[in-house]
Design a protein around this ligand. Structure first.
Ligand code: FPP
Length: 225
């Protein structure tokens, strides 16, 4: 029996390098990155085995980037979430943000809320965007939300997380082999795939070939088969 890639998570890295290698600005790279988000989301929405796609769009550490780059990313996000509304609805895609949204501007939070509300009834793919997300921050917020409840069990803590869903397949583009504080708890038994492809160049063909390999892996979850 082959594995089902029910929950795919992607660390979308390489926008900046993709743009710089073409003599373009990093912002241009992020714009192309947003285009890849659209294409990969649509592919996943039409794939019979994929139920959830989690994408690392902005980390708790990304605020350390130059102010202009952060501002550009915020504007791009807002524009993307507004412009894509029709595609979410037509594709039956439910939008579910994870992360601490309280640091975003009022207007961005409104766009996030509106899209979440309007797609609430969609029962196809769940696209979960990680926004001001860090795994450590998520776990600390969950523990604080449970306090003073004791004892804390694995199930209790899991259900208090922004994302209480195990990952089946985790992909990182851009050549680095690290998880960068993305869904660490949820990736406990994920199959990890790293590709040198930069995110703006990541195609549905490459995703399909990764899924094909993933399907043949023997997953034991610590047991014996
Ligand atoms: C990493 O590439 C990417 C990010 C920090 C942001 C991810 C953003 C997008 C994919 C586009 C916007 C997203 C949406 C949902 C509209 P990098 O810039 O760190 O690349 P580098 O490692 O080559 O510098």
């Amino acid at each position: 029996m082959s594995n089902r890639p029910s929950h795919i998570a992607i660390i979308m890295d390489g926008n900046g390098r993709w743009a710089e290698s073409r003599g373009k600005t990093r912002s241009h790279g992020h714009e192309q990155g947003a285009e890849s988000v659209r294409i990969i989301t649509s592919y996943c929405a039409n794939h019979p085995d994929i139920d959830r796609l989690s994408l690392y769009a902005f980390s708790t550490e990304n605020w350390k980037r130059p102010k202009l780059e952060v501002e550009f990313l915020m504007k791009l996000l807002e524009k993307y979430l507004k412009n894509e509304r029709k595609n979410y609805l037509e594709g039956n895609i439910r939008f579910e943000p994870i992360g601490d949204l309280s640091l975003f501007s009022k207007s961005l939070r409104k766009v996030i809320d509106d899209l979440q509300n309007v797609t609430q009834g969609c029962n196809g793919l769940v696209q979960s965007l990680a926004l001001n997300y860090g795994s450590r921050d998520e776990i600390v917020r969950a523990v604080n939300a449970l306090f003073p409840h004791t004892p804390i069990t694995v199930e209790l803590l899991n259900n208090a997380l922004d994302c209480p869903h195990n990952i089946d397949l985790l992909i990182r583009t851009g050549g680095d082999h690290r998880l960068s504080n993305f869904l660490l708890w949820q990736a406990a038994y994920a199959e990890l795939f790293f590709t040198n492809t930069l995110w703006p160049e990541f195609t549905t063909d490459e995703l399909e070939s990764i899924i094909k390999k993933f399907k043949t892996v023997e997953r034991r979850f610590g047991g014996l088969n």
